[in-house]
Ligand binder design. Structure first.
Ligand code: IFM
Length: 456
């Protein structure tokens, strides 16, 4: 079997500001909630912060050069809100804007198309101090105002915008009930209703951001939301298991709010039924759902794993068999190998929502226990094995017209949030001691795939 992709298939690599930029206090940037969180003892397991990270702020030119050498023609990066509006609102920090202008010009010189995420979890600490960031409805307007600033200044260089990255991660995982969330701001709230309220505010921020982009962009552009939809995979490809997985899909993690809200303009029946029963429905003002459901030009999915689902004779109509202890995974406890998520999730998005536009995998990859061998090489054959299996599912989806692009996570090893630098997701190895970069074997293999437009 050859795994050749349709012509025009988009190959890319992704990063995020707090994970790579470093330069935490340079050029007028003020703290984000992740600066505060990572400096709080016990929050990041290694005690590390993003203060220096990959020092990409100072080294972006050589990083872009490496990308170009690999033949990567699409780069997904994020803009740091606290670099642009250090106090969250108000005065614009032109030095921060200049950094992104220089990055974008450099990408252009190397023929690389930018895909810009406007928010990848680094909310300004000032807004956390002022009103508890995502707990307040005010953040939706403040986010839209920030987006307006970015699009007016950088919009002549960018056609592909992504509003917000993975809403469940900074809401559901950022706020805990009973114990602190594992992600910033790590607040403890009183109820699930309050957690759902933060999700609702984030969706509202997304909707208002889409409107702001369309109003401010000086050129015609494409807008997407980046969703980490929970994947439901039929245990067998029989009609019964496929139907069961499709039912489960509407209530996987936050799908019932995020995917259904953004694409259908209402929360899923399964979510509403459960939330009403348990007193966990967020407050929704008149008109909110219409704001949340903005027409999108593209839907972006960060997918890594999923749950196996089979039909069952119970009230739900499905069950989720527990995974055995020895189920394969590489170097991340949650990252069970389920390559099929890359096929079934785009397919269920198409079948369960009103969205029929292009879908792109905006992140996929794995952490692995990489090391430099005696020859100075990083032979991450385990990552290649993983990516090969996942990309074959991308191939299946793209042949059926369900997907049109793929961004590997990540371009280079970086700050993996609560895991610090202990987890390496890059296809390029970062030597943190001296900031050297070493192309891993997977980077060379990925370059071969791009060249062949196929899984090789
Ligand atoms: O590193 C993260 C990224 O910031 C968001 N998606 C998942 C990646 C791996 O955990």
């Amino acid at each position: 079997m050859t795994y050749a992709f349709p012509a025009g298939f988009l190959w890319g690599a992704a990063t995020a500001a707090y994970q790579i930029e470093g330069a935490a206090t340079a050029g007028g940037r003020k703290p984000s909630v992740w600066d505060t969180f990572s400096k709080t003892p016990g929050r990041v397991c290694t005690g590390e912060t993003g203060d220096i990270a990959c020092d990409h702020y100072h080294r972006f030119e050589s990083d872009v050069r490496l990308m170009a050498e690999l033949g990567i023609r699409n780069y997904r990066f994020s803009v740091a809100w606290p670099r642009i509006l250090p106090d969250g609102t108000g005065a614009v920090n032109e030095t921060g804007i200049d950094f992104y202008k220089r990055l974008l010009d450099c990408l252009q010189q190397h023929g690389i198309t930018p895909h810009c995420t406007l928010f990848h979890w680094d909310s300004p600490q000032a807004l956390e101090d002022r009103y508890g960031s995502w707990r307040s409805r005010q953040i939706a307007d403040d986010f839209a105002a920030y987006v307006d600033v970015v699009v007016r200044r950088l919009g002549d260089r960018i056609s592909d915008w992504m509003t917000i990255n993975e809403i469940p991660c900074f809401t559901d995982l950022g706020y805990g009930v009973g114990k602190p969330g594992r992600h910033a701001p790590g607040t403890v709230v009183a109820s699930r209703k309050e957690v759902h309220q933060t999700v609702h505010h984030a969706l509202l921020a997304h909707g208002k951001a889409v409107q702001a982009i369309r109003a401010a962009s000086p050129r015609s552009c494409r807008v997407a939301l980046v969703d980490c939809a929970g994947s439901a995979i039929p245990l067998s490809e029989t009609a019964a298991d496929i139907a069961a997985a499709k039912t489960a899909f509407q209530d996987q993690w936050m799908n019932g709010m995020v995917t259904w809200g953004a694409l259908n303009g209402r929360y899923s029946d399964a979510f509403v039924k459960r939330a009403e029963r348990d007193g966990e429905m967020p407050d929704i003002a008149a008109g909110d759902m219409a704001i949340i459901r903005q027409p999108l030009d593209q839907y972006a999915l960060n997918l890594y794993s999923g749950s196996w689902i089979r039909a069952a004779d119970n009230a739900l109509g499905y069950d989720k068999p527990a995974l055995p202890k020895g189920y394969p995974r590489l170097d991340m406890d949650w990252l069970n190998l389920v390559p099929e998520c890359l096929y079934w999730t785009p397919r269920f998005i198409r079948e369960c929502t009103g969205f029929s536009g292009p879908v792109v995998i905006s992140e996929n990859g794995t952490a692995a226990q990489d090391s430099i061998d005696a020859n100075g090489e990083v032979m991450d054959l385990d990552r290649i094995r993983y990516l090969k299996d996942y990309l074959r599912q991308v191939h299946r989806a793209s042949r059926e017209g369900l997907l049109h692009g793929y961004f590997v996570w990540s371009l280079l090893d970086n700050f993996e949030w609560a895991w610090g630098y202990s987890k390496r997701f890059g296809i390029i190895y970062t030597v943190y001691e001296d900031q050297r970069r070493i192309l891993k074997q997977s980077a060379k293999w990925y370059a071969d795939c791009i060249r062949a437009n196929a899984v090789v």
